[in-house]
Design a protein around this ligand. Sequence first.
Ligand SMILES: NC(=O)c1ccc[n+]([C@@H]2O[C@H](COP(=O)([O-])OP(=O)(O)OC[C@H]3O[C@@H](n4cnc5c(N)ncnc54)[C@H](OP(=O)(O)O)[C@@H]3O)[C@@H](O)[C@H]2O)c1
Length: 286
Amino acid sequence: MIVVTGATGNVGRTLVRLLAEAGEPVTAVSRNITESDVPQGVPAVAADLADPASLRPALDGADAMFLLISGDFTSAVGDPSGVIGDLLDDAKARGVGRIVLLSSQGVATRPHSPSHGIMGQSIEDAVRRSGMDWTILRPGGFASNAYAWAESVRTRRAVAAPFGDVGLPFIDPADIAEVAAAALRVDGHVGQVYELTGPALTTPRQRAEAIGDALGEPIRFTEQTREEARAQMLEFMPEPVAETTLAIIGEPTPAEQRISPDVERVLGRAPRTFADWARHNAAAFR
Ligand SMILES: NC(=O)c1ccc[n+]([C@@H]2O[C@H](COP(=O)([O-])OP(=O)(O)OC[C@H]3O[C@@H](n4cnc5c(N)ncnc54)[C@H](OP(=O)(O)O)[C@@H]3O)[C@@H](O)[C@H]2O)c1
């Protein structure tokens, strides 16, 4: 049986569906999960990763786990390596032998950032030390970050964002889920660190246009200043996270703009484009 944490999120929700469709026994976990969040027949277990004991009921009979440590969690517990270490010890003691961690490209590209590099490295180190067979996924920016524009698109057919002409190879979270499913189910991914990106650079202006194309209506794009964007981000993220995020979207390093071959290597097909993501998720912007 495979335990999927973060099971109601952008990646986890798709991962649970893919595993269930493939006939894998799967248990879905998040703090507020209910039966209505999961496909019929999939057990939903409410647990908080900050309290490893709450995860135990989900681990009964598990042999593999998808681990997603969200920003909520790291803000709540500070340095998460101790709690994660306990959680991994518990999982191993209960028979979990394989773990797939959703990490971040920032671990490699922003090693000195407290939120992305230092915190992310400490979580990866705990997984590497766990004694389980591990695979680490390091995605770049998610296409689903565009949900932040959903309200302004719905109500005003408008998007305001900074760095309108800076391109990044955003990835469809459904592709991350598909790579995770492969790493959980198929041998050959143990000890691998996959860097996951989309197939092409897209700028915020182009992403807004792609959402407009998916809706069949033009979207007005306004470029925010860095300060305007920073003030908006600080409403929902801690300052170090906002600073590193602004650095990535404003002054990406060559590594952050590189198209990685890893999605295609694992899945045998090219990653989905941002336009694909916008078409599949247009309902959120109508
Ligand atoms: N967005 C990006 O551009 C980007 C780029 C690189 C890496 N990442 C990484 O991707 C991950 C986010 O993935 P996502 O977009 O799929 O997530 P998401 O949509 O934000 O969902 C987060 C999931 O985690 C659950 N969760 C949050 N805190 C929890 C806790 N303490 N215990 C148990 N479950 C908890 C949430 O459900 P409940 O609220 O019900 O608990 C939800 O299912 C993060 O690790 C982030 O660092 C993101």
